[in-house]
Structure formats: C-alpha cells, structure tokens
Write a protein that binds this ligand. Structure first.
Ligand SMILES: CC(C)(COP(=O)(O)OP(=O)(O)OC[C@H]1O[C@@H](n2cnc3c(N)ncnc32)[C@H](O)[C@@H]1OP(=O)(O)O)[C@@H](O)C(=O)NCCC(=O)NCCS
Length: 384
C-alpha cells in the first residue's frame, strides 16, 4: 500500500512537541509568563537566582530556599584551570559563541556526576552548569579585553559577580539594574529553536552538558540569539538618525530582513521588547552621545517598521531589537551579547530538560523522501 501523502510543517511551525508548565508565550496578545508569573512582574521585583529557582522548581522559593540556591550557584562559579586554558587558547581566534560552546562542553570533564542521570544529580548539575556558563562568558570577555581570569566573589549575587568577573570591578547600580533585567528577560522562552535543540540532544538521554552544549550551538545563528548583535551592528552601519529611513526603505525594497523584528510566535509587540525599550528611554538623561545616537536610530526604525509591517503583517520589534543599545549602556561589548543570552537561557534550557526527562521520549521526526530507489551501483572506473 502506498504511503499516504505526509503533511510537512516547514520549520515545525504549529507543531506541539510536549506538554510543559514552564513558560507560556501568548503570541496573539504579546504576553509572556514564567511558571504563571508575568515577565513584567519578575523583571520589576525578582532577581536571577529567584527566577532560576522558579523555572527549575515550578514555584517561587521561600527564604531559606532562596538562600540555598544562591549558595549553590555561588559555590560552583570558580572555573577549573582546564576551562580557563580553553578560553585563553581560543581568545582572538574563535567567535565568543564558539569558545563558549567548546568550554561548556568541556565542563563535563570536571563534574564527577556527569553520567548520573538521577533527578537529584540532574538538579545539582543544572545549578553547576548555570553558574559556570556565566563564569565562562565573563572570562571570555575579560580575556578578550586583555585581562586575566578573575576569581569569583562569593559575597556578590549571580549577576553582580558576572559583571565583577568581566570587569574586575563590581558593577555600579545602573549597570547592575540593566544586567539583572536582561538576565531575567532572557532566562526562558518555551520551545524556541535552542530549547528544542537542547531537548533533542537530551531526549537521547545524553547528559545535561551535552544537551546545553547543543542549545548553545543552536542559539548562535542570527535568526535566533545572534539577532541582538546583528541589530546593533545594523544601527552602527546606519550611523546617524537621518540615514535610518533610507536604510530601512532599501532593506524592505530588497526583501532583506531587518534584524530584531519579527517572531515565529509573537504576532503582537514582544513584551520583552517593551520592557527593554522602556529601559532604554529611562537611560536617556545623562546618556553618552553613542547611546543617544543608537536610541534615535532605534526609535526611528521601530516607528517605520511598525507603520509598515506591524498590524498588517504581524512583524513587531522582538527582544533583540533594543537589547544592543541597553547592553552598550552597561559597557558590554557587542560580541558578548549572544553569549550573555546563553548564560541567562541556560536556566530555561535546564528547566526544560529536568521537566522533559520526567516523561522522556526520544525525538525522531520523519522526512518525506524525494530521491530515487534501487539504483544500480556503478564501480568508480565505469562512472566516466
Ligand atoms: C524570527 C524569524 C526567523 C521568524 O520568522 P518566520 O516565522 O520563520 O517567518 P519568515 O522568516 O518565513 O517570514 C515571513 C514573512 O515576513 C517577512 N519578515 C519576517 N521577519 C522580517 C524582518 N525582520 N524584516 C523584514 N521582513 C520580515 C519575511 O520576509 C516573510 O515575507 P514574505 O512572506 O513576503 O516572504 C524572522 O522574523 C526573522 O528572520 N527576523 C529577523 C531575525 C531576528 O530578529 N531574530 C530574533 C528572533 S527573537
């Protein structure tokens, strides 16, 4: 009997892969919830450790639980020398995302629990990897700037310590507020490409280091995590607010994608972009000339894109559009944007693995074969 004609969902659009209680993305209304809590409330009131606890455990922590997770994350921060050596060796040769991928993969060698797939060991390893991915990203940035490895400071919170390891200086309040919000906003986003990539690797019962390394690989591309860097590079290329209209006109006329716009799920304004935009505007008093220029370009481009493609095509600014100027205000170099996204998202990737492993099934989709069959093998000499 001939196979029935399969329906192909290109890019898996509209395909549900699992049940999950971690994150709801309401793309029609532009709403985002972590474990039921609106992202705006978490960005306003929470910190990264609390959000990590929430994602991994399904509820907000009580006082002692928050203290414990802070201690667990802090105690894993220091990087083994072998990981520092990888970063030193690759600095100046590899893209920071490539170094992050390699160093994260190598972390498995320094964790005696790597092969232990029990839920308790997976929770402990998740905290260690979340902690250390941030240390790796900070060290990549530190070494790229000509500095040496900075030992973590256990008296600082996760994000403050990240900034300390990056700059060998504790952040000021403004930098800390920005980075705390960016870490919270990027921590989770349901079954996006990198989370799915993580889950595909993890569904083979490969360990959490393998799974998160896969997530980092998937995050790298400009259609996903790399869009924040691409959006800022675009603003740099535009150069001044007066050039914005011409640039956007010509991009749209040439059917070029404008980075930082559009989303597979959001057909309304991305709520994360709204938070970051408000932040950017709040940073204007006392802003540097560079930040003022980026802001003016971003607001002009946003207005044009929303007028042309917003309500009519469902193409709105996404989380990546305003992120670059805000990171710039915190002194973050452009090629660390995507690695920082990974440092934050490692919490969401781990949460998804812990949930999926409770009821694991190997991912194994199908493809419609369009080639030939039963060809006769021709020896190489007869192929001329
Ligand atoms: C994110 C993204 C990949 C999702 O897109 P998708 O669901 O796969 O949709 P497509 O890429 O097929 O785009 C659908 C249509 O919208 C247009 N479109 C999508 N994003 C666009 C953008 N940023 N600028 C201009 N046009 C865009 C496409 O050109 C296409 O038009 P067409 O139907 O006339 O060919 C896409 O919007 C994109 O590439 N955005 C830029 C990269 C980015 O910011 N990524 C970060 C996401 S958080």
């Amino acid at each position: 009997m001939a196979d029935s004609e399969p329906t192909i969902s290109k890019g898996l659009e509209g395909v549900y892969i699992a049940e999950s209680s971690i994150c709801k993305v309401d793309g029609q209304n532009g709403r985002l919830y972590y474990r039921g809590y609106p992202i705006d409330a978490l960005a306003k009131h929470s910190d990264f450790e609390e959000v990590t606890y929430l994602l991994l455990n399904g509820r907000l922590p009580k006082g002692k639980e928050l203290e414990d997770i802070k201690k667990q994350l802090a105690s894993a921060r220091d990087l083994p020398q072998g990981i520092i050596d990888i970063i030193l060796e690759q600095s100046g040769k590899a893209d920071p995302m490539d170094t992050l991928r390699t160093a994260t993969s190598a972390l498995s060698a320094y964790d005696p629990e790597t092969p232990d797939m029990s839920p308790a060991a997976n929770m402990r390893k998740s905290l260690r990897i979340i902690s250390r991915v941030s240390s790796i990203v900070a060290t990549i940035g530190r070494v790229a700037a000509g500095g040496k490895y900075v030992k973590p400071d256990d008296s600082l919170g996760h994000v403050a310590n990240f900034m300390y390891m990056l700059n060998h200086k504790a952040p000021d309040k403004r930098q800390l507020d920005i980075m705390r919000d960016m870490f919270i906003i990027h921590a989770e986003h349901s079954s996006n490409a990198s989370t799915f990539g993580t889950m595909v690797a993890g569904s083979t019962l490969a360990d959490i280091y393998s799974a998160i390394t896969a997530g980092i690989s998937v995050l790298k591309g400009p259609l996903h995590g790399g869009a924040d860097e691409a959006a800022l590079r675009m603003m740099k290329q535009i150069g001044s607010p007066e050039n914005t209209e011409k640039y956007i006109e010509s991009a749209l006329a040439g059917k070029q994608k404008v980075m930082g716009f559009g989303h597979r799920v959001y057909k309304a304004y991305d709520p994360r972009a709204k938070i970051i935009k408000a932040y950017l505007i709040s940073l204007q008093p006392g802003a540097s000339q560079e930040l003022k220029t980026y802001t003016a370009i971003a607001l002009k481009a946003e207005k044009m894109m929303v007028e042309r493609l917003g309500a009519s095509h469902g193409i709105w600014p996404n989380v990546d559009f305003f992120a670059g100027p805000v990171y710039t205000a915190a002194g973050i170099p452009v090629n660390l944007f995507t690695p920082i996204f990974a440092a934050s998202r490692s919490a969401g990737w781990a949460a998804h693995m812990l949930e999926y492993w409770q009821n694991n099934r190997l991912f194994r989709p199908l493809e419609k074969y369009t080639g030939q069959v039963d060809l006769k093998y021709v020896p190489i000499k007869e192929r001329e």
